[in-house]
Design a protein around this ligand. Structure first.
Ligand SMILES: O=C(O)CCC(=O)C(=O)O
Length: 274
């Protein structure tokens, strides 16, 4: 955890910044050292076998059927300073500050185990849930295993970041083989593409980007990922589930409010989590 910076980061190229703003995402290699990636991997492997509850989900690891439910830790940074430090890693923070134009605030961490046979994640937009405002949220998604089409990499709709939030409508429509899309009906004009990410690289994506992931169809390869979700320090609101948010020094930011009148899709969705 270090002093914030909003100077343009040397860790990301102008082309990557342009891609983020145009398409909604970009992939940056080697922000974490290989030793740090190995340490994250080891931390969560221990955490899994020590019989802990999956943080903030309430089940033991072995009680979750990954073909039906996401096998993931939610908010592990609230329980471990090491996880908090990885989520506030200075090199990740420096890229986030460049993409946002302001310092990031940490709102959520997750670790996806996604073993062979695990289901994918339905197509969604993160800010439908986070309700960060006035600026949208951003994710830093770091591959602990190389993420490929076979083991369930992310699919994204490039350019969807430039449009609004899709509000759910009554429909039984689902999209391809990704399980239930959270976005119903799924906009037919959109075309999701896979984004394969090598071990140790970090994919950044904005809160309006439509994304989801495929199932893990391999027999022997997990698709483990360490994820941080952040808000822009120029924003002053995020949904209650993501409170308290932390600044880059790991301190609670007490000025952030919860939304009062519901998000763009109305009060009925307040409190929904992805
Ligand atoms: O990693 C995945 O499969 C989904 C992650 C995701 O949707 C997210 O972090 O917003």
């Amino acid at each position: 955890m270090v002093a914030p910076t909003t100077a343009s980061s040397p860790l990301i190229s102008p082309e990557q910044v342009a891609q983020f703003h145009r398409d909604g995402y970009c992939v940056v290699d080697a922000l974490f050292s290989s030793e740090e990636i190995a340490a994250i991997e080891a931390f969560f492997e221990d955490f899994k076998t020590l019989g802990h509850k999956i943080y903030d989900v309430g089940y033991n690891f072995e009680e979750i059927d990954p073909t039906k439910t996401q096998l993931r830790a939610v908010h592990p940074h609230r329980h471990s300073d090491r996880v908090k430090q990885w989520a506030l890693h200075p090199r990740v923070a420096s890229v986030l500050a460049t993409l946002l134009g302001h310092d990031p605030l940490l709102a959520q961490t997750m670790y996806y185990f996604k073993p062979p046979g695990a289901k994918g994640q339905g197509m969604h937009q993160d800010n439908f849930y986070l309700l960060a405002a006035p600026a949208t949220c951003i994710a830093a998604w770091t591959a602990i295993d190389a993420a490929t089409i076979d083991n369930g990499c992310l699919y994204v709709v490039p350019g969807s970041n430039q449009k609004g939030i899709h509000c759910p409508a009554e429909s039984s429509e689902t999209w391809m083989s990704y399980g239930d899309s959270h976005i119903k009906p799924f906009p037919r004009e959109t075309k999701p593409i896979p984004v394969e990410v090598p071990r140790g690289a970090t994919m950044f994506f904005g809160g309006h980007l439509i994304h989801g992931s495929g199932p893990n169809r391999t027999k022997d390869r997990s698709r483990r990922t360490f994820i941080g979700h952040y808000m822009d320090s120029a924003s002053d609101q995020i949904a209650t589930f993501y409170h308290p948010v932390l600044n880059l020094r790991g301190e609670v930011v007490s000025t952030i409010k919860a939304p009062e009148g519901g998000g763009p899709c109305g009060d009925g969705w307040l409190g929904a989590t992805h």
